[in-house]
Design a protein around this ligand. Structure first.
Ligand code: FES
Length: 320
């Protein structure tokens, strides 16, 4: 796949972490050590589900001390196009999958004087890896982790056991919220903030940071979006001379790949810009779901991010 070198892996253990989150341990099929990665990295997992190949990005939680396994956490989202449901319902110990090499689009800034880690829900997976790395290297940090209730705190116990009083937990069912206006003003100059979680939470935290006068370069967020489905439409790849259909449960990128064309990607979540593609023509409305193109670029109708965006119309022609 065009996210770079592939690694064939086998699932060696599965843990039901919460009612909706499973943690999977993956080992290389050839038993070789898995590549070292930096905190904040993700891999793209390819799943062969009946008549289609689904590829979803998942943050890496950790790598075992002997380098033989990675752990990822997967939230079951039944309204998605099927990847997380496939992981929960069809993948078992011994299942074989393919992953990309780790890529880091959410790295720690090592010049930071302190690191403020903020997570909501399954957004805790990269934050968990960051906390481990910061602790190993004796950096100053604190963790704020919001969850629906005690049963849905996929990493609450582990975080508290490993990071003690550096962890603050917030439960929706107890009306506890992360009060950025109280937390941010008391951080030393040079602190960096990292947030991963639901869209609304990320927006509120970043807004709080800006309101408190934090420089933009000290605010970091990971916003991977799941590509939404939609009505099917015809897709023509002008250079390849191929016309195919983008099904209602397929992303544009998945349809391109299914047609045998190797298209670039890194995040598959509308954040990195790698899949930016020139639109030759379209007879409907481009539905832009990414966080990468500017409003002007979206309005121009000349570019589309194939991993999360699609057409509301009959036919799209791309310069591929
Ligand atoms: S692959 Fe990253 S924006 Fe599409």
């Amino acid at each position: 796949m065009s996210g770079g070198v592939e690694i064939g892996v086998r699932v060696v253990s599965i843990e039901q972490a919460t009612p909706t989150v499973k943690r999977f341990s993956l080992a290389a099929r050839d038993r070789s050590p898995l590549p070292v990665f930096s905190a904040g990295s993700h891999v793209v997992v390819a799943m062969d589900a009946d008549d289609r190949r689904i590829k979803n990005p998942y943050s890496l939680i950790d790598r075992s001390a002997d380098g033989s396994t990675y752990r990822i956490g997967v939230l079951r989202t039944p309204q998605s196009r099927g990847g997380s449901v496939f992981m929960h319902d069809r993948v078992e110990v011994g299942s074989e999958l393919t992953i990309t090499m780790p890529v880091n689009l959410f790295p720690l800034n090592r010049t930071g004087r302190k690191h403020l880690l903020i997570a909501g829900g399954i957004g805790v997976t990269p934050i968990y890896a960051m906390a481990e790395e910061l602790a190993r290297q004796s950096f100053a940090y604190e963790i704020h982790y919001a969850m629906r209730d005690a049963a849905h705190g996929a990493f609450a116990d582990e975080l508290v056991a490993r990071h003690g009083d550096k962890v603050r937990l917030y439960r929706d069912d107890c009306q506890e919220v992360i009060a950025v206006d109280r937390i941010l003003p008391h951080q030393p100059l040079g602190t960096h903030l990292y947030v991963c979680g639901p869209e609304g939470m990320i927006d509120a935290i970043l807004k709080g940071g800006r309101a408190a006068g934090w420089p933009e370069e000290n605010l970091h967020a990971e916003r991977f979006l799941a590509p939404p489905g939609g009505s099917p439409f015809a897709l023509t790849l002008a250079k390849a001379g191929i016309t195919t259909e983008v099904r209602s449960d397929q992303s544009l990128l998945e349809a391109i790949e299914a047609a045998g064309v190797d298209a670039p990607f890194l995040c598959r979540g509308g954040a990195c810009g790698q899949c930016e593609t020139t639109v030759v023509s379209c007879d409907g409305e481009l539905v832009h779901n990414d966080h990468f193109l500017s409003d002007e670029e979206k309005a121009s109708g000349t570019k589309i991010m194939t991993c999360v965006s699609r057409l509301k119309g009959r036919e799209l022609v791309l310069d591929l």
